[in-house]
Design a protein around this ligand. Structure first.
Ligand SMILES: *Cc1c(COP(=O)(O)O)cnc(C)c1O
Length: 224
């Protein structure tokens, strides 16, 4: 394992130094996370609630945990007390549940709306039209315990750079467009979560503010 070396190599490859690095530690042991922490990383991403709630108490308190995967409504309650940012909000029902659990935890939880930008079929993510409808709902404006701070998107899994670049550029353009509208409650979208191990440089060139990187730091994952 060369986590520390991987991290310093990765940072050298960044196209944008002020882009937040979220180390995606899914399937990796607590000892690997501790190693990245000791190398200075404070933001970690997981995609499964059970794994996240098992790891979180074993690690330092100042880690900021990001939920990057698909989140089921009935599991929001387990992460609401501590989660830093939820990236994959893909339905109004989920957003309402996050609001409810955040209220119980006496918190305001930051969220990103996931937009379906890839050519591939996927069950997850809003279309642009759905987000346009969502932000007009009075019920959306009434959610006081969630703060939507930006958008998240995953590009098509392809080696065609032009395809990936166009998808990221479209997401950035859509966020710019949303910010020209009269958004509820003075909402302003600032964060763009886009880019993973294979495409983070393109994402950074197209305006990413946070990249979610796993295998380039921790090595390949072995799924059982
Ligand atoms: C696993 C995962 C990543 C990290 O992928 P790598 O290719 O290992 O960098 C990023 N985002 C999401 C949503 C993921 O599930």
């Amino acid at each position: 394992m060369h986590i520390k070396e991987n991290l310093s190599e990765l940072k050298k490859q960044f196209k944008k130094q002020d882009c937040l690095l979220i180390a995606v530690s899914k399937t990796k042991p607590v000892s690997d996370i501790q190693e990245a922490y000791d190398a200075g990383i404070r933001h970690f991403g997981e995609n499964k609630v059970q794994e996240l709630t098992e790891k979180q108490p074993q690690l330092p308190d100042d880690i900021r945990w990001h939920m990057i995967g698909h989140l089921q409504r009935n599991k929001v309650k387990y992460i609401a007390p501590f989660i830093h940012l939820i990236h994959g909000v893909d339905s109004f029902k989920l957003l309402k549940e996050i609001n409810k659990q955040a209220q119980k935890a006496d918190r305001v939880i930051a969220c990103l709306l996931q937009v379906h930008i890839a050519k591939e079929e996927s069950k997850f993510g809003f279309s642009e039209e759905e987000i346009m409808d969502l932000i007009k709902l009075p019920e959306f404006a009434a959610l006081e315990h969630v703060r939507v701070i930006g958008l998240m998107g995953m590009a098509t899994n392809t080696d065609k750079e032009a395809v990936i670049r166009a998808e990221f550029a479209a997401l950035k353009k859509f966020m710019n467009h949303l910010n020209t509208l009269d958004l509820p409650g003075g909402m302003a979208l600032k964060e763009l979560s886009m880019g993973m191990s294979g495409d983070y440089q393109i994402a950074q060139e197209e305006g990413s503010t946070m990249v979610r990187i796993g295998s380039a730091i921790f090595g390949q994952r072995n799924y059982l």
